[in-house]
Design a protein around this ligand. Structure first.
Ligand SMILES: Cc1cc2nc3c(=O)[nH]c(=O)nc-3n(C[C@H](O)[C@H](O)[C@H](O)COP(=O)(O)OP(=O)(O)OC[C@H]3O[C@@H](n4cnc5c(N)ncnc54)[C@H](O)[C@@H]3O)c2cc1C
Length: 503
């Protein structure tokens, strides 16, 4: 009897404690200041979603050491602007679509260029402008592999799309692994640990199809071959679908639009270090804050924040920030990024380089490549300006046009002379473009410390504008739920089933 009374007492006090904790959490004051480091699509969309979630009173500061847009940027050639970094957007990238709509921007349909895949000696595949001829060529060379790839990618996309429902219902994930698992279960988490080559071989795709078509898609999208993980590989293959688009005026316009709409304060400076400090409050209590040190034109400065979001890769070459005094130390993930050089050439392509002697006219214009060591470039394709050019603005005098060449190293003059019959303007943009993907992949954490978050953890699964936007929304939700102790909105299992009944 006594024992039963004791148990009841313990249970009651546990219940009271948790009720009190819940009440305290509900009463917890909102954060005063949030810092976002990086004003690319990740940082600016984070600021936008943070504003939606935390309301109008929180101060959001966004630090940028370079240009707003980050890896979304344009180059000017012959008076027109062209996408220099992240350029194409998938029709089912719903965050990007919504941003463009909400910010009053316009989507720009991208021209469907005819694609040829070159192996250093000849074209292993050339697209035709006739649908029926394409179908016959695909069947002849690769059997049903093209059709099967389409279905395979559709299935992955179906699962991928679940994230939008979760986010609409305010659910968040504390690691990139749990986010991927919620979308695609073990199928997605396994894909991170096998190469796209292994994933597609297991799914029954032919070696020839993988070596020609899949390799070419990987090389143009991620510079790397079929050793990249299966998830980023699938994202890359989704980029072969039709209906791809970009933003009129340049994709970076989304970043400036989001920055403006978020009412965040932009600080032009380089964040150099972060450390946790304990500060007294007016009421005599203490509060733990993060001190951010940064360099601006005017010299060093510092500010204190409740929440800090890193929206930049934290690799040594891309964002060398020191985390001071953290125990355990915050690992800065020194894994390298892949160098991709984009060379923009205003010129005339040399068909004879591709085995088509003069006066031959190449039937394809978008040239992708297989994994051939003697090839010094990954792809060449014609570009259209980010703003449609009026007739009067086009140069009718010649058949010169603007081409983008992707290569792992800057092109030498003799290499440019091989690829182009003639050219005048050349602009080179060197990028540390995306992670060097290896398998099995160890994904960096999202939560680096109590209230420090790492948006670009998601890039190690796959790097793309939409991936950064998805991570931005996840971190806005996650930081909010953790701040207010709403654990029921974090890392929930079986969301697919649960949300069916919530409709
Ligand atoms: C050549 C190329 C082609 C691509 N093609 C596509 C494509 O077609 N489609 C697609 O979806 N994606 C594409 N991508 C990938 C896409 O561009 C990126 O995934 C996306 O832009 C990443 O955005 P982000 O905001 O996360 O990072 P970033 O754009 O890298 O932004 C990080 C920002 O943080 C700033 N920063 C870094 N350190 C500090 C510091 N210490 N203090 C202050 N500021 C700092 C940087 O200056 C930068 O502006 C491509 C990328 C490249 C390079």
């Amino acid at each position: 009897m006594q024992r039963a009374a004791a148990v009841t007492l313990v249970l009651t006090s546990v219940l009271l404690c948790s009720l009190r904790a819940a009440a305290l959490q509900d009463l917890r004051h909102p954060p005063n200041r949030i810092a976002v480091v990086g004003a690319g699509i990740g940082g600016t969309s984070a600021a936008y979603f943070l504003r939606q979630k935390f309301g109008k009173h929180v101060q959001i500061d966004i630090f940028e050491k370079g240009e707003v847009g980050g890896r979304l940027s344009t180059v000017e050639i012959e008076g027109n602007q062209y996408e220099a970094g992240g350029s194409v957007i998938h029709p089912l990238n719903l965050h990007m679509k919504t941003f463009v709509k909400d910010l009053g921007l316009n989507p720009l349909s991208l021209n469907d260029n005819l694609v040829g895949i070159y192996n250093g000696d000849e074209f292993v595949f050339q697209e035709s402008e006739w649908f029926l001829i394409n179908v016959i060529k695909m069947l002849w060379h690769y059997g049903l592999n093209f059709l099967r790839m389409h279905m395979w990618v559709e299935d992955i996309l179906d699962k991928f799309m679940r994230i939008y429902r979760y986010q609409t219902f305010d659910y968040s994930f504390s690691s990139t692994g749990s986010l991927l698992h919620a979308m695609g279960g073990n199928d997605f988490t396994t894909k991170i640990n096998v190469t796209i080559d292994e994933a597609m071989q297991t799914a029954g795709f032919s070696e020839r199809f993988i070596n020609d078509i899949v390799v070419a898609a990987m090389r143009v999208n991620y510079g790397q071959g079929v050793k990249v993980n299966g998830f980023v590989g699938a994202v890359s293959l989704a980029g072969t679908s039709s209906g791809l688009w970009a933003v009129e005026g340049g994709n970076k316009a989304v970043c400036s639009g989001l920055l403006y709409a978020s009412k965040a304060q932009m600080i032009s400076g380089t964040v150099t270090s972060v450390q946790e400090k304990v500060r007294p409050t007016k009421s005599g209590e203490t509060v733990r804050l993060y001190e951010i040190n940064y360099e601006t034109d005017k010299g060093p400065a510092l500010d204190m924040y409740d929440i800090v979001i890193f929206a930049t890769p934290l690799s040594r070459e891309t964002g060398n920030v020191k985390f001071i005094g953290f125990d355990p130390p915050i690992n800065t993930y020194t894994r390298p990024y892949y160098q991709m050089v984009a060379t923009f050439v205003h010129g005339r392509l040399n068909p004879s380089f591709f085995g088509c002697p003069k006066p031959c006219q190449l039937s394809v214009s978008e040239i992708l490549t297989t994994d051939e060591p003697k090839l010094f470039f990954h792809s060449i394709g014609p570009l259209s300006p980010v703003k449609p050019v009026t007739e009067s603005g086009t140069s009718k005098a010649s058949d010169m046009r603007v081409w983008k060449v992707f290569s792992p190293e800057p092109l030498k003059d003799e290499e440019l002379r091989l690829l182009f019959e003639s050219y005048d303007t050349v602009v080179v943009k060197k990028w540390l473009a995306y992670p060097i993907y290896v398998t099995p992949e160890k994904l960096p954490p999202i939560i680096l410390h109590r209230a420090i978050y790492y948006l670009n953890s998601i890039e190690w699964a796959a790097s793309a504008m939409e991936m950064s936007a998805i991570s931005a929304k996840n971190i806005a939700l996650l930081s909010y739920h953790r701040w207010f102790g709403k654990d029921g909105q974090i890392d929930q299992e079986d969301l697919v089933e649960r949300l069916k009944s919530e409709l």
